[in-house]
Design a protein around this ligand. Structure first.
Ligand code: SF4
Ligand code: SF4
Length: 287
């Protein structure tokens, strides 16, 4: 299915179209299966690391109704994505069903997901069948010794892992999932949150490993410090530090430099978020 779609219309993956193609995030995934030390679940996810409450959570059917309304007012939307407010595959049924319904109703729409990757691999075949073309996985470390500082716990089914084993399991699953996505020909972006004193010395290693497994683009994102989190006192990296980190990482992978750290219910062009204007519409669809 993806072969018939024009994949160049995704503004996050193609900076050239960011002024004419927009995206909508459908907030259908409220649960999460890991605990990142920078995340405050009173806010939304996310994988994209930007605090701000999502104003509502939608069911898959409600997401389609919302999509219809959004397109009436904002026809420049070319991408329907799911980016929380938790993790799409901690809410796998809702995520897959939403993608399926959107594909059925809007065959031209690019489908996109952003996930921590823990529970992604079992769904890759189905996502490919539906025609999901773009997937973002947040990989903050490729060394579990570092990863264990970033994650408080990882939940696999009914088992909760902590410490080194949690970080090892998450990394194993992320690598497995990314390889499976690439084997299906999907476009894969990795988001890496840069946390000073935690993983800022390790980003080049992440870039190198992601290049080895054929990731398409790396998005190094500065930590957005959140109150009431383990990392609340970790400061945001400076602009100069980010420039330096991206320059080094670019030796291995193309860099995304126009990310606007969107909410889980973002809508519109990047940098011209209309989630405020669509709040009423979103809430009406959720009831
Ligand atoms: Fe929060 Fe997203 Fe991490 Fe889950 S994956 S803990 S929602 S930042
Ligand atoms: Fe694109 Fe960044 Fe927004 Fe995700 S957070 S939709 S990558 S601009």
């Amino acid at each position: 299915m993806t072969t018939t779609l024009n994949l160049d219309r995704h503004p996050c993956f193609n900076v050239e179209v960011k002024g004419k193609c927009g995206r909508v995030h459908l907030p259908v995934a409220p649960q999460c299966n890991i605990k990142c030390n920078y995340c405050n679940r009173k806010y939304d996810c996310v994988n994209e690391s930007r605090p701000g409450v999502t104003s509502a959570v939608l069911s898959p059917v409600q997401a389609v109704e919302y999509m219809e309304k959004v397109l009436e007012k904002e026809p420049r939307i070319t991408v329907a994505g799911i980016a929380g407010p938790g993790d799409p595959f901690a809410n796998a049924f809702e995520t897959v069903e939403t993608m399926r319904l959107i594909r059925e109703k809007f065959p031209e729409m690019l489908l996109c997901l952003a996930t921590n990757g823990l529970n992604l691999a079992p769904y890759v075949d189905e996502l490919a069948r539906i025609g999901v073309s773009h997937v973002t996985v947040t990989v903050n470390a490729v060394d579990p010794e570092i990863g264990q500082k970033i994650y408080s716990w990882v939940r696999d089914g009914k088992v909760i892992y902590r410490g080194l084993r949690a970080a090892e399991l998450l990394l194993e699953r992320q690598l497995e999932a990314i390889k499976a996505l690439k084997a299906k020909g999907m476009v894969v972006k990795v988001n890496t949150i840069v946390m000073p004193g935690i993983n800022d010395h390790h980003i080049e290693e992440v870039a190198k490993k992601m290049a080895e497994i054929e990731v398409d683009v790396l998005n190094c994102m500065p930590l957005y410090p959140n109150a009431d989190t383990v990392f609340e006192s970790v400061h945001e990296p400076s602009r100069e530090q980010m420039v330096e980190i991206r320059k080094k990482a670019e030796e291995y992978l193309p860099q995304m430099r126009h990310c606007t750290r969107c909410r889980a219910d973002a809508v519109g062009l990047l940098g011209e978020d209309k989630s405020d204007a669509f709040r009423g519409c979103l809430s009406a669809c959720a009831t």
